[in-house]
Ligand binder design. Structure first.
Ligand SMILES: Nc1ncnc2c1ncn2[C@@H]1O[C@H](COP(=O)(O)OP(=O)(O)OP(=O)(O)O)[C@@H](O)[C@H]1O
Ligand SMILES: [Mg+2]
Length: 255
């Protein structure tokens, strides 16, 4: 099998359903290397399902997902993931640095303990998200935005070329949003491909190189100006277009 090196994520005819109801229908998209990609679409559009299919966590009814040429189910370790907040219960005793170290578990053989270099990688990841001062705190004692950054550190510590983040900006203040965006941009510059579910259309064009607009089906993938078009957004967001008219005006995208 030959690998198409231009694309790190290749999705073809992806169809995923829960209880015989399709959450994603015939989605095909190829994602290039070194991109910061935003996934947009309304609640229930299938954004998280898309992320889980790329991770190989959900089994498609139809279609294929390839990660660097390899079927997603066999490429699980190559993709790091930050789940949507609320998906994790932090009510157990574990420190911030131990959470970051969890990113290394795939690399640590079962018969050994984490090495000095595993700990060093975990600490570097905490520095990257500026949470090193909190290394010895219990994760449950942190604010939601701080927990989100620790979760990112765990994904960064994995050392994968591909990072998938499900709404990392949800419920964080403006300063944390900036800090998270800064981490994403630095990760991109270091050669990673990032796919990020994002809710806020007003910042989508500013934050991302490419946007992927879905609601069950893929409506558009490409440069923000080509995706944030009134005709596309009105199909996907239906009655809520008024807000997006302002977004479109601001971005100068054509209608
Ligand atoms: N485990 C599941 N079992 C059954 N149905 C599910 C499951 N997960 C998702 N769904 C359904 O699939 C559809 C897509 O859900 P998904 O979580 O992918 O949407 P989303 O775009 O991430 O939404 P949100 O913006 O609210 O996070 C929804 O209709 C949802 O109810
Ligand atoms: Mg979701």
């Amino acid at each position: 099998m030959t690998m198409n090196s231009a694309f790190v994520i290749e999705v073809q005819h992806l169809t995923v359903s829960y209880n015989a109801r399709p959450a994603l229908l015939d989605v095909s998209v190829n994602i290039e290397k070194d991109q910061l990609v935003g996934v947009i679409g309304p609640n229930g559009a299938g954004k998280s399902t898309f992320i889980k299919a790329v991770l190989g966590f959900v089994k498609p009814d139809l279609g294929t997902v390839r990660i660097q040429g390899v079927p997603a189910q066999q490429a699980k370790g190559q993709v790091a993931y930050v789940p949507q907040r609320g998906a994790v219960d932090w009510d157990f005793p574990i420190t911030v640095k131990e959470v970051a170290l969890m990113g290394r578990y795939q690399q640590i053989p079962w018969y050994t303990s984490p090495s000095k270099s595993d700990w060093a990688t975990a600490m570097e990841a905490l520095e990257m998200v500026r949470m090193e001062e909190f290394a010895d705190r219990q994760i449950g004692e942190l604010s939601g935005g701080q927990q989100q950054r620790v979760f990112m550190a765990r994904a960064l510590a994995q050392g994968s070329d591909i990072l998938l983040l499900d709404e990392p900006f949800a419920g964080v203040d403006a300063a944390t949003e900036r800090a998270i965006l800064d981490v994403l941009e630095r990760a991109k510059r270091s050669g990673k491909t990032l796919v990020v579910v994002h809710h806020d259309l007003a910042t989508a064009a500013e934050y991302f190189d490419k946007l992927l607009l879905i609601k069950q089906r893929l409506y558009a993938y490409g440069d923000p100006a080509a995706v944030l078009r009134e005709d596309l957004l009105s199909q996907v967001y239906e009655g809520r277009l008024r807000i997006f008219k302002e977004v479109i005006k601001k971005e100068g995208a054509h209608v």
